[in-house]
Design a protein around this ligand. Sequence first.
Ligand SMILES: NC(=O)c1ccc[n+]([C@@H]2O[C@H](COP(=O)([O-])OP(=O)(O)OC[C@H]3O[C@@H](n4cnc5c(N)ncnc54)[C@H](OP(=O)(O)O)[C@@H]3O)[C@@H](O)[C@H]2O)c1
Length: 446
Amino acid sequence: MITKKAPTVLPDPAGEFGLTLFTDEESGKEYLAAILGQPRGRENILCRIHTQCFSGDVLHSSRCNCHHRLHLSMELIKRQQTGILIYLRQDGLAAELAKKPDSSQRREGIDLTDHNTMNIPADEVRTCDYAVTILESLDVKSVRLLTDNPRTVEQLQKRGIPVTEHVPLRTSAPAFNDQALPAGSSFFHPPNNPIRENTTEPETLLEDQVLENIRDMLVQSSRNGRDYQPVITASYAQSLDGSITLQAGTQYQISGRQSLRITHGLRAMHDAILIGVGTVLADDPLLTTRLTNGEDPKPIIVDSHLRMPLQCNLLRNNQVNPLVATTEFAEEQALNDLQSMGAEILITAATQDRRVDLGALLRKLYERNLKTVMVEGGSQILTSFFNEQLVNLLVLTIAPQILGGLPGIRELTPDPEGARPSLREVRHALIGKDLMVWGAIHWSTS
Ligand SMILES: NC(=O)c1ccc[n+]([C@@H]2O[C@H](COP(=O)([O-])OP(=O)(O)OC[C@H]3O[C@@H](n4cnc5c(N)ncnc54)[C@H](OP(=O)(O)O)[C@@H]3O)[C@@H](O)[C@H]2O)c1
């Protein structure tokens, strides 16, 4: 018999979760239901049945996806403002660790799909019975089940809890770096059961998490940054062979829809977005955050000879006036024309070859309170930023294709000590078909 204890409250910015403790009198084990909103008597309640996993939930072990699934479920419930997380206890740490597949099993292809929820048949029956009892005591009429394990759906249905939707979590990683492939290639749909498969929420949630992680790195870099120049995030898309387009001066869409959304989210995180005039001429970009809800960053165009066309999108269709960085050698007429179209002109020091001195430009941007700048290309600008060791973070989208085109970075010159840039705190995530890799840039000789 399972008895219920008086609920307590778990405050959260998204609302108050009511925590209700259930005790199995026979075994003395306790189970928890974290409830948001008013699910009692209602249909289609978002529900996660999660079995305790000390190494995953608490220590965030990379041996399993438990922490990530738990986190995703809580986030989705918060977004819905209503839902239940049923947290079931294991038999003890020793039993839990003994059951958990290790990385060697994973390499051998054993399916880790939500192994957390149901481990072995005896557990499965018991675990499900507890969950059903809890759901019945909460008078939930039907659930939308957050799981990657089709057997959980099956088991609940068998025990009389209608599952109206199977919401796969599709976690490709605990956070990001798991080697396991995303689960969910074959979701089970019992015959004659109108279960809908929800794909949107977990997809965007993973995107949110990637952005959240990059934001953390950006904040960290800002804290450690210099007090005279902005933090620079270089971000671009390349093919497997490192090409950013087919050939210089032509546009080629490399990244997929999802990674593009992340790029727009990334733009929203920065005060400014910077490109070279070559990219304006080739792509005529808008540089807005139109695929997300964020604010548009200030567009900055590096254009020593003011070649930026007066008819380009940045001058005609962007809500934020672009800032055009040039040198004293620029022609006055071109300067006046651009200003008449709303561009702000920033005259900076010139390099020996009469190009914009990027270090000097960054100092001016900092003075204007532009403290975070995303550099989105193209090839010459990226190469200059790397060569001058101005990049703090790199966010790279790698699409699964081979183009044999224009390399993103060319002729990288090592510094006098022979140091080259590498990534620290490397993270990666599979976003749609693209691989996103990001981290902090570190210069070293090895
Ligand atoms: N896949 C991606 O993520 C991505 C992103 C962006 C662009 N792209 C592609 O990249 C191509 C454009 O690349 P790009 O190399 O031709 O153009 P770019 O790097 O965007 O712009 C280069 C121009 O910037 C100006 N510049 C001024 N100061 C500079 C400095 N210190 N260092 C470097 N450049 C300076 C130079 O023109 P002035 O000397 O006249 O000032 C130079 O020609 C396009 O085909 C575009 O489609 C791809």
